[in-house]
Every structure is written in structure tokens, then in C-alpha cells.
Design a protein around this ligand. Structure first.
Ligand SMILES: *Cc1c(COP(=O)(O)O)cnc(C)c1O
Length: 327
């Protein structure tokens, strides 16, 4: 497989900022990479992955993008925005129902003109690939060539975006005169983690890459990441050998479940907002940063001094229920 030429959507490089007061609270140097600022409509971590996935779609001559996610999926919204920008059609398979308030990402999907098919949780879990294939066949009958992007654009081609992000970080380290000895982020479908891990490894960089899973568990994502690393290497032609135990997924912060919040997480987001003027999302970055701070307090990251957290975006994902937990 050849590495597609990425299409440039994101405002890059994204800034790396020090969180001064959080660093003082924890006695560590905590930095944040603002991948939430890759754009506005076209924003968050999915954009880096879409640069490569959509690059492949265009080079295959496709005129439609099909993808899937929850009703408030940041990835689905990013795909809808990218499609509109390029004059392509977008078809989103969303887990949920029309009864939900039109807000956040769902509102933006409507605004951006994406076609939407709602499916139940069971259909999503068991049949989403089939459902997307059916949509592709229907579009073909109408003369369209559609490209299917899997959940979160977390496949080999999408993950290349975070392989490249790792190279961006290494360049920024040089310019800033800092070495990050740990890099941490939320893990939802695994592509962000896998790309950074691959980039770290292939560049022989000594940082430890920590992922905080916001759904499923450590074992699940170790397998997912292992597979993604193999897929990435099909594009780069360079395999890396990794032991499953060295894939550092830290479990224990899923809380009530994917996209469900509890007060302690919302309280933490609230605290950080006032401490740093920085707003995290409740589904991914809020849980992951909460986890990172807890683990630092427990001493698990004692060997690290300069810790970089990737702000992967997600602000449009706040829903009424989570907002209701704000004090
Ligand atoms: C999708 C998403 C993640 C998780 O990234 P994956 O590559 O799917 O693991 C993290 N943060 C936000 C805001 C996201 O939308």
C-alpha cells in the first residue's frame, strides 16, 4: 500500500503550552498540545487522521465519504465539514435517535448538509460495517463512488496523521529546548495512540506513551493498537516490533461508561477551567486528564518530569445532561 498524499485541513503545527498552575499543584511540568485548535468546524484530533484518509479517498476518485459514530461524534462532524469543504457528499451512520435535542455536533452535521442514518446501539455494534457497505452500494447505483472511513478514522491510513504529529512534537521539542518524557491522551478508538506510539518508536524517542481509555478496557486496546501498528507499517513499509505489555493503556477512568459523566469528572473539568482558562470535553479529554492527574497523585508517573497531554478537542460534545452536572 502506498502512503497517500495528505490533504491539508488542519492549522499546524498546533501550539504546545505549559499549564503553569496545574504544574505547581502537582509538582510536575505539565504541557498541553492544542490539537483542539486544529480548526473550528474542522477541528480536533480526527482532522489529522482525515488528512490522510480523505487523501486516499480523493486519489481513489471518490465523491462521497461514509462514516459512523455516536450521535455526538466529533469524528462524524469533522467528516461532514471536510466533505462540505471539498464538495463531496457525506453520509453518517449515527448511533442514537432523532429524539435527541438538536445540539452540538448533531446540529453542526445538519448545518453542514450531511445525510444521516440513525441506528440502534445493537445495530451499531454488530452491523455498522454492513450498513455502511449497503449505503455505498446504494450510492453506486446513483453513480457515486463512496469511500468508507471506519469509526474514528482509526485504521492504518488514518493513524498516519498521528505518526506525523509525533514528528511535529519532536521538532517542537527542539525549538522549545524541552524533552517530554511522557505523552498522554484519551483513547476512544485507538488511532491517535497508535500513530503517536509508532512515531515515537520509529524515531527511537525515549518518551513513554500513555493512553487513558474512555470505553472498553486495557486488554481490548492493547490488541487494537497492536493491529493498528501492523496496519500503519503496511503504509510506511517499516515494521516495528512491540510487546503487548509495552502498550501503556491505563484503565480505570471509564467511569459510568462511554459518554456518561459523573460529578467528580465534571468537578475536575470545572476546576481546570478556572485554574487555567482551559476547557476539556466530558467524553474524552476530561476523563483522560482526570486520570492523568489521579495517576500523578498516586505516584505512578514519578519517573517523569515533563509530561505532555494532547488536547484532542471535543468541545461540541458537551450535552445537556453533562452541563446539568456543573455546579
Ligand atoms: C475521537 C476522540 C478521541 C479519541 O481518539 P482515538 O484516536 O479515537 O482513540 C479523543 N478526544 C476526542 C475529543 C475525540 O473526539
Amino acid at each position: 500500500m502506498t502512503m497517500p498524499k495528505p490533504i491539508s485541513f488542519a492549522n499546524l503545527p498546533t501550539n504546545i503550552e505549559k499549564l503553569e498552575r496545574l504544574s505547581n499543584e502537582l509538582g510536575k511540568n505539565i504541557y498541553i498540545k492544542r490539537d483542539d485548535q486544529t480548526g473550528i468546524e474542522i477541528s480536533g484530533n480526527k482532522i489529522r487522521k482525515l488528512e490522510f484518509a480523505v487523501g486516499e479517498a480523493i486519489s481513489n476518485g471518490c465523491d462521497y465519504l461514509i462514516t459512523c459514530g455516536g450521535i455526538q461524534s466529533n469524528h462524524a462532524r469533522a467528516t461532514a465539514a471536510v466533505a462540505a469543504k471539498l464538495g463531496l457528499g457525506a453520509y453518517l451512520v449515527l448511533r442514537g435517535s432523532r429524539d435527541n435535542d438538536i445540539e452540538g455536533n448533531y446540529f453542526l452535521n445538519k448545518m453542514l448538509g450531511a445525510k444521516i442514518k440513525f441506528v440502534t446501539s445493537e445495530e451499531y455494534k454488530d452491523n455498522r460495517a454492513e450498513i455502511m457497505n449497503d449505503i455505498r452500494s446504494q450510492l453506486k447505483k446513483k453513480g457515486h463512488k463512496a469511500y468508507i472511513i471506519p469509526e474514528g478514522a482509526s485504521n492504518g491510513v488514518g493513524s498516519l496523521g498521528y505518526y506525523r504529529a509525533m514528528e511535529e512534537i519532536l521538532e517542537q521539542e527542539k525549538n522549545m529546548g524541552i524533552k517530554f518524557d511522557a505523552i498522554a491522551m484519551a483513547v476512544g478508538s485507538g488511532g491517535t495512540y497508535a500513530g503517536l506510539y509508532y512515531g515515537n518508536h520509529i524515531n527511537k524517542n525515549p518518551a513513554t506513551i500513555y493512553g487513558f481509555n474512555v470505553t472498553a478496557n486495557r486488554e481490548h486496546f492493547q490488541i487494537v493498537v497492536e493491529d493498528l501498528l501492523k496496519e500503519i507499517s503496511k503504509y510506511t513499509g517499516k515494521e516495528i516490533s512491540v510487546q503487548r505489555k509495552d502498550i501503556d493503556i491505563i484503565d480505570g477512568y471509564v467511569g459510568l461508561g462511554y459518554a456518561l459523566s459523573q460529578s467528580k469528572e465534571i468537578d475536575f473539568i470545572h476546576h481546570l477551567a478556572r485554574l487555567e482558562g482551559l476547557i476539556l470535553d466530558p467524553v474524552y479529554t476530561g476523563k483522560a486528564m482526570f486520570g492523568l492527574v489521579e495517576e500523578i497523585k498516586k505516584g505512578r508517573l514519578d519517573e517523569h518530569n515533563n509530561i505532555l497531554f494532547i488536547h484532542t478537542g471535543g468541545l461540541f460534545g458537551w450535552n445537556m445532561e453533562q452541563r446539568g452536572l456543573l455546579k
